[in-house]
Design a protein around this ligand. Sequence first.
Ligand code: NAP
Length: 474
Amino acid sequence: MADDLAPRPARDATAPTRRRRVAVVGAGPSGLFAAQALLGQEDVPVEVDVFDRLPTPFGLVRYGVAPDHQSIKSVAQALARVFDSPRLRFRGLVQFGEDVTREEFLAAYDAVIYAAGASEDTRMNVPGESLPGSRSAREFVAWYSGHPDATPQDLRGVTSAVAVGVGNVAADVARILTRDPAELERTDMPQSVLDVLAAHTVGDVWVVGRRGPHHASFTTKELRELCSLDGVQITVDAGAFEGIDDADLDRRTRANVDVLAEAAARVVPESRCRLHFLFWRRPVAIEGEDRVHGVVLERTALDDAGRVVGTGETSTLDAQLVLRAIGYRGVPLPGVPFDLERGVIPNREGRVTTEDGDVLPREYVVGWIKRGPLGVIGTNKSDAAETVRLLLDDLAAGGGTSEDRTLLDLDTHLADRGLHPTTYDDWRRIEAAEADRGSGRGRDRTKIEAWSELLDLVALGRPGGPPTPADREA
Ligand code: NAP
């Protein structure tokens, strides 16, 4: 952490008076918190352009926060206020590295903040992991959140599903599969998703942890919600609570253990489905021929060094759907240094460094691509503030591009190549269309998940209007 009490670098006497231009690559919560921090100060006058590869802003708030968690989604409303600033512009449909290179960003801006998140997932590396029916929770989340790149999910024939991992993403997917589908009507899920969930036949969901209940990374609020769904019988495998020493637990882990123990003791009459927590087990193989029909689990223990090891004792769980929820991973941005092992851009408190640790001028990083895929949405606020403070210190000390240099005009540069980024007005048009679609069914909003429809809505704001079917065929 940067030291708050450290003296601020003196403002360079020759420091520029023109507004400094900052690009934020990624319009998710970390990028928007960074924009908010930049615009919420007056020491260094700035203009901010926020880019995203999608036509819409809000990243994981729109496509990662579970649709039945509308209170967390209200963060989007708070974040949206940043767009009220005339010094902020949204530029969607811009793919970093393809549409604009790192060098072009650095030629167009005094500073660039990478806020690209963690768009890949960790793999289990067990046989059968690529069988149809075995996929990442990330893909499943993307589907029910209406992400335009998501693969439609087919739950026909699935009666038993396994979520591997005992963190909040596992809790999300387990909850979506066990919650009464009628309750999901209140969310903004796309209609196609609601239809699949309304018809699903999943009666058993298994949440599998490779360590004990006291090691699970659920936040207690999420676990409590998962364990109190109407009509869901909870089971926790016998022996899961053995050997837990209360003195070793902190507040969260103690509360988690209590929630699980209370839920397991509760009998739910005429339950609709069952949610089973299995601890001290890890998948060693996924079985099936043309699709998944089971998961082989091995019992685990901790060795003397506290590492998870297999005991050799295995059992097979029938399942037609396996969702690995064992962590996300950042992916490299073309041309930007990357720490492949940690899945992050190497940095010092947010200043990008080379792989050898040398600070690179004018490049910064925030969010999961800075610190790894941990923390709730609000964590990104302090994280972004740390980076932005250093960026402003650098700019105040004269660290942008030189005053007499003409910055590249990226809008013109892109237009010359036939590329027209989306704007905040385009997003407002998409938002209005979603509200319109929702109101027909008594909902606040129904998400539009098809690329073609999103692009048609964008095109409505362009000269000439949306493409005709003939345009599409051409
Ligand atoms: P997470 O909290 O790190 O949980 C990952 C889980 O996967 C852990 O239980 C971990 O077990 C397990 N795991 C890792 N590698 C494994 C392997 N090879 N085999 C079996 N299990 C393995 O990550 P997450 O659930 O993806 O969540 C990411 C972040 O987003 C978290 O900070 C989370 O709180 C946040 N989030 C928040 C919300 C919310 O606030 N509602 C919702 C979703 C996500 P070990 O502990 O043994 O490694």
